[in-house]
Ligand binder design. Structure first.
Ligand SMILES: N[C@@H](CCC(=O)N[C@@H](CS)C(=O)NCC(=O)O)C(=O)O
Length: 214
């Protein structure tokens, strides 16, 4: 009787046949939360430990330009912190397609590097942590801006826009996601920038309904 090949051999055979069965998970915590723009099989809201989300990455393409860079988020190592977002499961041909797309959007155009992290689904009682790929802009990348006061960050966001739209949209959609999908989380950095921005532009009061679908 023919024996089933061991898992590693079976995976190798599947890979040879281009039928990658093991999914890849990609964790988003900024624009990927509300604009993944790649095909995925499923998604989960949850968090990663050991990082804080900070508007410390400059952006001269998507939400700014060379003269007036926008500000987008990256992750700062922070042992006691958690960052909430969305993990996307990509399978089969979705894996190569999503990585090719994100390499251009995040790495080439955005200055982000990749790292593997442990993602904790918000329904953690029912689910084990999942290894996920995340894009992080380190202080060594050429468009890194680093810390600034929330007021200065808000002022920079107000005057910046790029090929993907206004920097205000980027901030408000992320704040919106956190308010509606992670209401238990107090992201002081994010919401104090939103507050500073609304104090400068009172017309941008909070939306009644979520702008983001997950
Ligand atoms: N890597 C973070 C941040 C991603 C991010 O915001 N990257 C910028 C590149 S500078 C982007 O894709 N912007 C697209 C947009 O602003 O719509 C994430 O996982 O969401």
């Amino acid at each position: 009787m023919k024996r089933d090949p061991p898992p590693a051999e079976r995976q190798a055979q599947e890979e040879d046949a281009g039928e990658q069965k093991t999914p890849l998970w990609i964790f988003g915590y900024g624009s990927l939360v509300w604009r993944p723009d790649f095909e995925f099989s499923s998604r989960k809201v949850g968090f990663i430990r050991g990082y804080s989300r900070r508007f410390w990455q400059g952006d001269t393409f998507h939400r700014g330009n060379e003269k007036m860079p926008g500000r987008v988020v990256t992750l700062q190592e922070d042992y006691d912190a958690c960052t909430w977002g969305v993990a996307y499961e990509v399978c089969g041909e979705q894996i190569a397609a999503s990585l090719q797309y994100l390499n251009m959007r995040e790495a080439v155009l955005g200055g982000y590097d990749t790292k593997l992290v442990k993602f904790h689904p918000q329904d953690k009682e029912a689910e084990e942590p999942i290894l996920a790929l995340v894009y992080i802009a380190t202080p060594q990348n050429p468009t890194y801006l680093g810390p600034a006061s929330e007021e200065d960050i808000a002022a920079q966001i107000i005057v910046s826009s790029g090929r993907s739209g206004h920097n205000i949209e980027y901030l408000l959609r992320l704040a919106d996601f956190m308010r509606y999908f992670c209401p238990q989380v107090e992201d002081e950095h994010l919401f104090s920038i939103e507050e500073a921005l609304v104090s400068i532009l009172p017309c941008l009061c909070q939306a009644e309904e979520p702008l983001v679908e997950v």
